[in-house]
Design a protein around this ligand. Structure first.
Ligand code: NAD
Length: 488
């Protein structure tokens, strides 16, 4: 099946202080399903333009922070409606630039619209409380106010949803934003900003500065006018931006990597176990921070599980992300493909046996590989310690439930964890003892709702939770006012 492509030479600019402005440099956005397909050219901002964008956001904050919740909700709602009307087009673009399947891309656009609508409604929720003082005649107000200029730095694996779940609550609560998307996926980000500004955001309220992390991201993190920084990406970059932003006492929220465990208990239903494992680990080509990367399988069910898993993996259709028959798209770029292959070579050398993982010849040149599982690994093997961020899982045997829980918790990360079991007692025990921020019972470790807290513990996360009403903790700050008797 040949995909239609309209290769364009149009330059997509940055958006600063209400104007579309070219950068000092640009990047070509390449389709990972077909590297001959150039999706478009995207401006890269320099550090001076980032400074301008932050200045514009600081200036715009004065007005935007005093708008009513209704004004903000109406603008967000208009943006959500345009996205709904253009859902098919935006999903096609997302699949084309990131490589997730068209079904997954439609799901991401849908989720983005729901995030927008949810936070539009949140803009109208009560913004504080009145408390009785311990002193007679004194009234206390605790009021939530916006924080100021928010810096948003995002990764490439959810080009619309992750920017939305940061930018939209930031705007809904009255903050202004400087947004830096990942260099690999500027198109979805550009459209998100275009839709939001045309929906009626005043100049400077939302600024887009595309480009390199070491230039644009770094300049956002370092600028003392940025009051809050919300980052999603790798552990190494997270540590860097934390240090830069905390030097001027900005509040910081980091969502980073994982090495998420999935326990398969001896009493698990084999079909459920294989479905949960394959969906959670190979969906979005395994490029989800919540993907299960470690399967911890009870020795009594191990061989049957591995056999059923291998059979299911061999049926996964790998191909062009926009071909409706495709079940797993390409990985995002050549570097990630090489990293995945190197991880498999290293795991094999550590005495594991690799199922799948072969490079795939496709009609068009792209970054294709089959899903891979490494069998017979030891807990201390490299593959069980460091995140791979691709369609690569490792399998380790456990003697019993207690050892499985101990192995699941034996990691520096703590984002998502899962168990497949028919035992209520084991499920409840795992829920209690898991060290992860999100626990899944008989559902994949990846795939979360948008209206409840999202985030992890230990090396996976820093700061308050994202999403749902919990987003309010990050995007607002409280003011406590005491009003004494006799105030007229
Ligand atoms: P990355 O850390 O390379 O990049 C993330 C963002 O930071 C990008 O926009 C990048 O340009 C920017 N950046 C890079 N260097 C910078 C610097 N010196 N200063 C400021 N910004 C800089 O991550 P990635 O490769 O885009 O994404 C993959 C990683 O993201 C994986 O580790 C994955 O687990 C993680 N991730 C985590 C979550 C989560 O919610 N926990 C969600 C998705 C992805």
């Amino acid at each position: 099946m040949t995909m239609t492509t309209t290769t364009t030479t149009t330059m997509h600019s940055n958006h600063i202080a209400g104007r579309w402005v070219d950068g000092s440099d640009s990047t070509s956005n390449i389709n990972p399903s077909d590297t001959d397909d150039i999706i478009g050219h995207y401006a890269r901002a320099d550090a001076g333009q980032v400074t301008d964008a932050i200045g514009a956001a600081a200036e715009a904050f004065k007005g935007w922070s005093t708008t009513t919740g209704q004004e903000r909700a109406d603008i967000l709602d208009t943006a959500g409606s345009e996205m709904r009307a253009r859902q098919g087009e935006l999903a096609d673009l997302l699949a084309r630039e990131e490589g997730k399947t068209i079904t997954e891309a439609r799901g991401e656009v849908d989720r983005t619209i729901r995030i927008i609508r949810y936070h539009a409604a949140q803009a109208l929720m009560p913004a504080g409380e009145v408390v009785h003082s311990i002193r007679p005649g004194v009234k206390i107000d605790v009021v939530r106010e916006p924080v100021g200029v928010v810096g948003v730095i995002t990764p490439w694996n959810f080009p619309l949803a992750i920017p939305a779940w940061k930018i939209i609550p930031a705007l809904a609560y009255g903050n202004t934003v400087v947004f830096k998307p990942a260099d690999l996926v500027p198109a979805s980000a550009w459209h998100l900003v275009d839709i939001l500004v045309r929906a009626g955001l005043p100049d400077g309220v939302l600024n887009l500065t595309m480009g390199r992390g070491s230039v644009v991201g770094d300049a956002i993190a370092r600028d003392p006018r940025v009051s809050a920084l919300s980052f999603t990406g790798s552990v190494a970059t997270g540590a860097h931006v934390l240090e830069a932003a905390q030097s001027h006492q900005a509040r910081v929220q980091l969502e980073m990597g994982g090495k998420n465990p999935l326990i398969i208990s001896d009493d698990a239903d084999l079909d459920v176990a294989v479905s949960v494992a394959v969906d959670g680990s190979f969906g979005s080509t395994g490029q989800r921070c919540t993907a299960a990367e470690r399967f911890i399988v009870d020795e009594r069910i191990h061989d049957a599980f591995v056999e059923a898993l291998a059979a299911r993996m061999s049926k996964v259709v790998v191909g062009d992300a926009r071909d409706p028959r495709t079940q797993m798209g390409p990985v995002v770029d050549a570097r990630q493909l090489e990293q995945n292959q190197a991880a498999l070579r290293r795991a094999e050398a550590d005495a594991g046996e690799v199922i799948g993982g072969e490079l795939v010849e496709a009609p068009r040149p792209g970054f294709y590989m089959r899903p891979a599982a490494v069998v017979g690994t030891k807990q201390t093997d490299w593959i069980n310690v460091e995140e791979v961020f691709g369609p690569v899982v490792s399998i380790v045997k456990s003697r019993d439930h207690d050892e499985a829980v101990a192995l699941a918790n034996d990691t520096e990360f703590g984002l998502s964890s899962g168990i497949v079991t028919t035992s209520l007692a084991k499920a409840a025990d795992f829920q209690r003892r898991s060290k992860a921020g999100m626990v899944m019972v008989n559902v994949p470790t990846a795939g979360v709702d948008y209206h409840v807290p999202f985030g992890g513990r230990a090396r996976s996360s820093f700061g308050t939770r994202e999403q749902g009403t919990y987003a309010r903790e990050f995007y607002t700050t409280v003011k406590t006012t005491y009003v004494g008797a006799g105030t007229v």
